[in-house]
Design a protein around this ligand. Structure first.
Ligand code: NAD
Length: 483
């Protein structure tokens, strides 16, 4: 800025003639029209967006109202911003506009308050993007049938919003993805569909979600947020935006570094879970209880962090995200051996559990094949105390048991009936059974250790229990087999 001038304090689009930029020169307000230089204009506009963010006048759009998008709606709303939710699913939009959450651990109460105060509304109409200042994208990033990144949701979203994009807006991608997505996929789509230039006309950042559903120790606002942007202005705006409701942000040098950070975190989990799953199998053969060993090892005050074995990986993140890097690494001629080995071990876990079940039945003189063996699966969600059953290993275990000729029923306090699952269409609509009938089953398998269950009572009523989560740790009974 030339000597004597302040940063611009006001910018107005005056059409053909450019912009009226108001700044102070030696304490006098002056108006400059049209814009004097592109550099000054960018700085001025950023100041305007920043000002709107700081004053909570920026209107926020959240695209993808799922497990990641909905908590963000609530946090932005609580922080005092106007929030518009955009989703392609009209049923979700209708429910949310009635103030009803469709996710169990996200309470309707706050949503309803935001709707009643006219601070939050949802829509399927993407033209509303033109009335927003900051747009956050939280759409799914699954793997396709070849186990390669499925970018179709990000691309579809970019194509929906690009025609409505205006100057001075900020777009932030939150979906988990491989390094380079923001720069090589999102920005080109937004630029070609809008005719605008990223980080000059509009600003772009990447900030991965670190949501841990239903974790009572951390909430969206207390989990530090990593932010990457490819321009100073974009970083300043994104950082200010998140600091309005998050205690701590972690700015990194680029969108790629932020994308890589998220993948690293999830790969770390996947590899460590695989390691402990492998140790479980080895120790079991040696007659050693892995859970006891983990508890003892966890007393080491440095250099150790506990991970726990289970029936296999589940959820939208850990079974999927590592393979985003595997795919990208191939482009650089690198094989991700650790990631793939971890994947192999974790994917083999449902089969391990099923073998344990077959052996346990065999010990009791019950053969699965040819006889009517009823197996009750407790817990369909991929982790305790939530209703998310995406990628849950319970599906694979149920499928394998059916193939062996068993009759299988399930119970989950959070899941009444099984919804549509791309990989398991045969289970759609299957309803949970009542826990009252537990004694009629040959075996009860604990696949998710929901806190709602009374495990004493379950063990008492069951004929045999296979416990994959150490849920029955405190119960002494020879009916319990750990798997
Ligand atoms: N669930 C988690 O715990 C978690 C944690 C961290 C990161 N993530 C990542 O966040 C992203 C979103 O995950 P999620 O769990 O919230 O998914 P979700 O399936 O719960 O929600 C995604 C929402 O996006 C909507 N949608 C799909 N395509 C759309 C489009 N073109 N335009 C608008 N809306 C669209 C869907 O209808 C759905 O409501 C993924 O990349 C995921 O890997 C998830």
């Amino acid at each position: 800025m030339p000597d004597g001038y302040t940063d611009p304090i006001f910018v107005e689009d005056i059409g053909e003639s450019g912009f009226r930029i108001e700044q102070q020169y030696n304490h006098f307000n002056i108006g400059i029209s049209p814009q004097p230089s592109p550099g000054l204009f960018i700085r001025a506009v950023c100041q305007m967006l920043l000002k709107q963010i700081k004053q909570k006048q920026a209107r926020i759009g959240i695209i993808g109202l799922g497990y990641v998008g909905l908590p963000l709606v609530i946090e932005f709303g609580r922080a005092g911003f106007q929030v518009v939710g955009l989703d392609i699913d009209p049923a979700k939009v209708d429910r949310l506009n009635r103030g009803e959450s469709y996710i169990k651990h996200i309470p309707s109460k706050t949503l309803r308050e935001l709707v009643e105060q006219k601070q939050f509304k949802s829509t399927t109409d993407f033209s509303s993007v033109s009335n927003l200042e900051c747009i956050l994208i939280c759409v799914p990033t699954p793997l396709n049938s070849n186990r390669e990144p499925d970018m179709s949701f990000i691309i579809a979203t970019a194509r929906e919003i690009a025609p409505h994009l205006k100057k001075d807006q900020m777009v932030i991608l939150e979906s988990t993805t491989y390094p380079g997505t923001t720069r090589d996929v999102l920005i080109p789509e937004l630029e070609s569909g809008s005719g605008l230039k990223a980080n000059q006309d509009f600003y772009v950042a990447y900030s991965p979600e670190r949501e841990d559903p239903n974790n009572k120790d951390f909430s969206t606002s207390t989990i530090p947020k990593v932010i990457g942007a490819d321009s100073e202005y974009a970083m300043e705006c994104a950082n200010t935006l998140y600091l309005s409701f998050i205690n701590k942000t972690v700015p990194v040098s680029s969108t790629q570094a932020a994308e890589a950070t998220k993948l690293m975190e999830n790969i770390f989990r996947s590899v460590n879970i695989a390691l402990v799953n492998e140790l479980k199998v080895i120790f079991d053969k040696m007659g050693i209880d892995i859970w006891e060993v983990i508890q003892a090892a966890s007393t080491k005050p440095f250099g150790y962090m506990p991970f726990y074995p289970g029936p296999g990986l589940g959820g939208h993140c850990i079974p999927i995200d590592p393979f985003y890097l595997t795919w990208k690494a191939r482009e650089f001629g690198i094989t991700t051996r650790f990631i793939e080995l971890a994947g192999e071990i974790n994917v083999a876990m449902p089969e391990y559990v099923v073998n344990k079940i077959l052996l346990a039945l065999n010990e009791k003189g019950v053969s699965v094949k040819g006889s009517r063996v009823l197996i009750l699966i407790l817990g369909f969600a991929y982790k305790k105390n939530i209703d998310d059953d995406r990628e849950s290993p319970s599906y694979k275990i149920m499928e394998l048991l059916l193939q062996y000729g068993a009759e299988v029923e399930f119970h989950d306090p959070y899941i009444e009936s099984i919804g549509v699952k791309r990989e398991y269409p045969q289970f759609t609509g299957k309803k949970r059974v009542s826990l009252d009938s537990i004694d009629q089953f040959d075996i009860t398998i604990i696949l998710t250790d929901h806190s709602d269950y009374d495990y004493e009572a379950i063990v008492k009523q069951s004929r045999l229990v296979v416990d994959t989560r150490n849920a029955c740790a405190k119960i002494k009974s020879d009916k319990i087999i750990k798997a």
